[in-house]
Design a protein around this ligand. Structure first.
Ligand code: 5GP
Ligand code: ZN
Length: 114
């Protein structure tokens, strides 16, 4: 399988282990880890092991592997309510120029009690 990496990209460095991360799942195609600035407890990211800036530049084999991994994370987090978010381009709030999918749990009031 074709892989592609960019030496200056922070997410490519996370995949290589050059920048530490809290890893959740790793497959041949994907890497997932906790977001360093979580919007809620368990906020996770899934990234392809292929450096593409935007989703439409990503080969289908990587794209189609993403949702099953996002599903596993959602199941493992046990969250009934969550958002899947994927930003493309600066105006659309993309800060890191390596395709990534957010899994953002939305805790209910009963989840946060006590
Ligand atoms: P974007 O706005 O590009 O869709 O989201 C980028 C996300 O990457 C942000 O939620 C940010 O907190 C996260 N992030 C940026 N740098 C790092 C890092 O070095 N490690 C981790 N774990 N997350 C990062
Ligand atoms: Zn990259």
């Amino acid at each position: 399988m074709a892989t592609k990496s960019l030496s200056t990209c922070i997410f490519c460095k996370i995949i290589k282990g050059d920048i530490p991360s809290y890893k959740l799942i790793e497959t041949d195609q994907l890497f997932s880890f906790l977001d360093i600035g979580p919007l809620s407890r368990g906020h996770a990211l899934v990234i392809p092991k292929y450096h593409a800036e935007k989703m439409h530049e990503l080969p289908d084999e990587y794209l189609s592997a993403t949702l099953p991994v996002a599903k596993k994370i959602a199941l493992a987090l046990g969250c009934e309510n969550y958002n899947i978010l994927q930003n493309n381009g600066k105006i659309a709030h993309q800060e890191v120029n390596h395709v990534h999918f957010h899994i953002i749990p939305k805790p209910s009031e009963s989840d946060t009690e006590g």
